[in-house]
Design a protein around this ligand. Structure first.
Ligand code: FAD
Length: 456
């Protein structure tokens, strides 16, 4: 099999690169490969009313990790990755705006609001309590509409892009000015240009490949914390105004930064299964019929290791494993119990006024999270209580652990090309991004660069 361009990974990068190639009618033979299933096949296991029992693979297949996500597209360079450091702030923001425009064009109803933190009162109120609100614009498509949009993009690219699903690229060899891709289906695919877009799930494979091809890459951070769930009324004044608030707080005890992440008004807390690890996450629907009575968000503390231990992800994995060992899967604890130093038993959970949206094991997070992270999280909850009274209620639920792994940062130039000509590394797999908007923007960027080469 011979192609001009092969895209490895059909996540946000792969989807948006394919979209842009199709739109520009790039004069090249293009293949999109993913180890997971095509979108319709992924969805055949998806039960949107009862997601916790579904057998759906949330990390792999068309749409990647974003397909069944909350579909929250943040247009910002303040979080969600460092794309601006590679391609410049202006271009990064322009590309993210473009991604938003494309998504809105595919959205049937076109009625979703673009929330913005610009000039909102919350910023001033938060500052009075040492909480810093990061500037961003956000459009929330919700899991339901996000899926519909992806289905339409899938159809759109079909006329231009060849696809191969349930197929893992196991190795890539450079031969003269071509690449030989060895697949799990025992095929050899020859390509002139390759876009590595393996996302977080392709992290270890990409690092291994970089080592083999002598492409420099650098250790990244890992974020560890909990998912907080509380009655939606407590954060309503905030979520109604900005939808998602990224608040950063410096703790007095350790001077560490703790931040809120991935806020889901009226959402669900869900388990995230990746390889042999179970962690916690959250999402919400736009369809009000599928709303819960709670809001959930993560509280995260970043950890970076340098010497002698460098592998930040391994540290995160160990903590997640400890939580899985004690709880069988995800642990849940009432904030009141955590502060009093006692386990949340089944009996205490039954008396809890906040009804959990995830069926997790009642337990004790202090046996899992290191003291420093736990102290940081508790201090942050009391800080949030000042702008959203009720956050530090006894019945606020904490699920653990939430871990955000970041891939090693692959050395690329301003075109996202590695030192090997024709080999691009983009999106979460490159360690440069960790959000839908920025990863999608990477896809558009690389497609435009390659389009110039083939449509010259
Ligand atoms: C539950 C969940 C909710 C999220 N919610 C949000 C949100 O609301 N907003 C937001 O901004 N971000 C969110 N994120 C993060 C977001 O999904 C990612 O930042 C984004 O998907 C990254 O896109 P990507 O293309 O780089 O990688 P991915 O989307 O991870 O796609 C990578 C693809 O590559 C494939 N692959 C990997 N290795 C190989 C290989 N060797 N051969 C073939 N295929 C391979 C995988 O199967 C996968 O489909 C969420 C993530 C999760 C897990």
């Amino acid at each position: 099999m011979e192609y001009d361009i092969v895209i490895v990974g059909a996540g946000a990068v792969g989807v948006f690169a394919s979209y842009e190639f199709t739109k520009l009618n790039t004069n090249a033979k293009i293949l999109l490969i993913d180890k997971g299933l095509d979108i319709e096949d992924r969805l055949s296991h998806y039960d949107k009313n009862n997601k916790k029992n579904s057998r759906v693979d949330i990390m792999h297949g068309f749409g990647g990790a974003g397909a069944l996500s909350d579909g929250k597209y943040n247009i910002t360079t303040n979080f969600g990755g460092d794309l601006h450091k590679t391609i410049g702030k202006e271009e990064a923001l322009t590309l993210m705006e473009y991604v938003d425009e494309v998504l809105c064009n595919f959205d049937e109803k076109k009625d979703l609001k673009l929330f913005s933190t610009g000039d909102c009162d919350l910023k001033t109120i938060a500052l009075r309590h040492n909480l810093h609100l990061l500037d961003a614009k956000v459009r929330h498509f919700g899991t339901d509409r996000n899926i519909e949009i992806l289905k339409k993009i899938r159809k759109y690219i079909d006329k231009k892009i060849d696809t191969k699903f349930s197929c893992t690229v196991e190795d890539i060899t450079v031969l003269d000015d071509k690449f030989i891709l060895q697949t799990s289906t025992n095929e050899q695919i020859v390509a002139k240009d390759v876009i590595l877009a393996g996302g977080r799930s392709g992290s270890k494979w990409i690092s291994k490949l970089c080592t083999k091809l002598d492409i420099p890459f650098f250790s990244n951070k890992v974020d560890i914390g909990v998912r907080v769930e509380l009655p939606a009324e407590i954060f309503k004044h905030i979520t109604d105004e900005v939808y998602e608030s990224k608040l950063v707080y410096q703790t007095k005890q350790y001077n560490d930064l703790v931040r809120t992440f991935c806020m889901n008004p009226y959402g669900q807390v869900v388990m995230e299964k990746s390889d042999d690890l179970i962690t916690v996450n959250g999402h919400s629907f736009t369809d009000k019929k599928l709303h819960s009575e709670n809001t959930n968000f993560a509280l995260l503390v970043s950890n970076t290791f340098t010497e002698p231990f460098k592998n930040s992800n391994e540290y995160g994995e160990s903590i997640a494993r400890l939580s899985n060992m004690l709880g069988g899967n995800v642990l849940v604890q009432r904030f009141g119990d955590l502060v009093k130093g006692r386990r949340s038993s089944e009996r205490r959970m039954q008396k809890c006024f906040t009804r959990p949206t995830l069926n997790a094991t009642a337990g004790d997070l202090s046996l899992v999270l290191p003291k420093r992270q736990l102290d940081n999280i508790i201090e942050m909850i009391f800080a949030l209580d000042k702008i959203a009274p009720g956050t530090a209620n006894e019945d606020t639920l904490l699920y653990g652990v939430e871990v955000k792994f970041y891939n090693s940062k692959v050395e690329v130039d301003e075109n996202l090309e590695t030192k090997i000509k024709g080999l691009f590394a983009a999106g979460d797999g490159s360690g440069i991004t960790h959000s839908l908007s920025q990863a999608s923007a990477c896809g558009v960027k690389v497609a435009r660069i390659l389009n110039e080469k083939y449509n010259r």
